[in-house]
Write a protein that binds this ligand. Structure first.
Ligand SMILES: *Cc1c(COP(=O)(O)O)cnc(C)c1O
Length: 359
């Protein structure tokens, strides 16, 4: 067996320990005589798995009792519609557009009401986070929407926007569980798990209870009402059962590592290795305003397309894979999620140094 250093933005690297445990339990989950994949989601054994996953997540994130945790399907993208369908009582919402995912959410919301772009960083290819301290948020806006970590562009909010008392809704797909958060500042925190938590197919929605109502937009399908899933503890229909089981294992791994405070320190250390090198390199440059740099996704360029391509190719041959940047940014992107060991980043930096010397 040989594993590469996988810098994919998602689906992405998972802790080896978790994969090994899942492999060990594949044929016979704890004496049940079957794989979790083969198990009824109504069984007692599975009930234990999903309840424990939720309890561990609550513990990790310190989720207050007046928030529900939902394990849903449809990816993060389905939330782009589900959020306005459930929250747009006044048919008005404010969107801060800091990248492609925020833009898609903004565009989707226009199908359901008046989505107002109150700030954007599109003028400079989303390379920064706009000043959100005093935005023109309409009084009757139902919520303010952000994408907290911009996976493609490598920016992250270091302070949350001043929502002027409005409900904050955040897509945290690519920074989920990368550092401690104060859940009480949000109405909804949600994310697809395939970036930093588990296998694709699960989206976790943490939602304040008062936002869960029958009063959704007319025509909202049963499956797209938060209430449907909240009332049934995420078991209204068959959930992405195996995916949730793996997420549960990652929660346990994070707890064993010391929790989100420790993860933040580790992530800061890893990101610093890479950013410090980018700042001193003559060949490689980061593409993001320094204050807004993400700890998770690090885009960089050489300024020469052919040299970028050469780097990606040689890196892959050396065991550093998925470093090609997103097509809208070009260059390279190293995603260094929780499960990327520090050693992976150290070795990547050493490889970049060597490449710079030789080219
Ligand atoms: C990947 C990603 C998405 C899209 O996720 P899907 O699960 O594929 O719909 C949305 N938002 C962010 C921030 C992402 O990184």
């Amino acid at each position: 067996m040989s594993r590469v250093y996988n810098f994919s933005a998602g689906p992405a690297v998972l802790p080896e320990e978790v994969l090994r445990e899942a492999a060990e339990e594949m044929m016979d989950y704890k004496g049940s005589g079957m794989s979790v994949m083969e198990m009824s989601h109504r069984s007692k054994v599975y009930d234990g798995i999903i309840k424990e996953a939720e309890a561990d997540l609550r513990d990790l994130m310190n989720i207050p009792d007046n928030y529900k945790v939902l394990f849903l399907q449809g990816g993060a993208s389905q939330q782009f519609a589900m959020i306005p369908m459930n929250l747009m009582k006044n048919k008005k919402a404010a969107y801060i557009v800091t990248g492609q995912w925020a833009k898609k959410a903004f565009q989707e919301a226009q199908n359901y009401g008046e989505a107002i772009k109150v700030a954007s960083s599109e003028d400079e290819t989303f390379s920064y986070i706009p000043d959100c301290s005093d935005l023109a948020i309409p009084e009757d806006a139902d919520y303010v929407y952000i994408c907290e970590n911009n996976t493609i562009y490598g920016t992250k909010y270091k302070t949350l926007p001043n929502t002027k008392g409005h409900t904050l809704v955040a897509d945290v797909s690519s920074c989920f569980l990368s550092e401690p958060v104060d859940v009480s500042k949000y109405g909804i925190i949600y994310g697809g798990v395939q970036k930093n938590i588990g296998p694709a197919g699960v989206v976790i929605v943490i939602i304040r209870e008062d936002l869960i109502t029958e009063d959704t937009l007319p025509g909202t399908p049963t499956m797209l009402k938060y209430k449907t899933h909240a009332d049934a503890d995420s078991l209204y229909n068959t959930p992405p059962a195996y995916g949730i089981y793996v997420c549960g294992k990652v929660f346990k791994w994070l707890k064993k590592m010391g929790g989100l405070g420790v993860m933040k320190e580790r992530n800061e250390e890893k990101a610093k290795l890479l950013y410090d090198f980018l700042d001193e390199s003559k060949m490689f440059k980061g593409t993001v305003r320094k204050e807004d740099r993400s700890l998770m996704n690090v885009p960089f360029v050489t300024g020469d397309k052919d040299l970028d391509a050469k780097f990606v190719k040689e890196a892959e041959a050396a065991g550093f894979v998925n470093l090609k940047g997103h097509r809208t940014v070009g260059g390279m992107r190293a995603s260094i999620y929780n499960a990327m060991p520090k050693e992976g980043v150290e070795k990547l930096v050493a490889f970049m140094k060597k490449f710079e010397e030789e080219n």
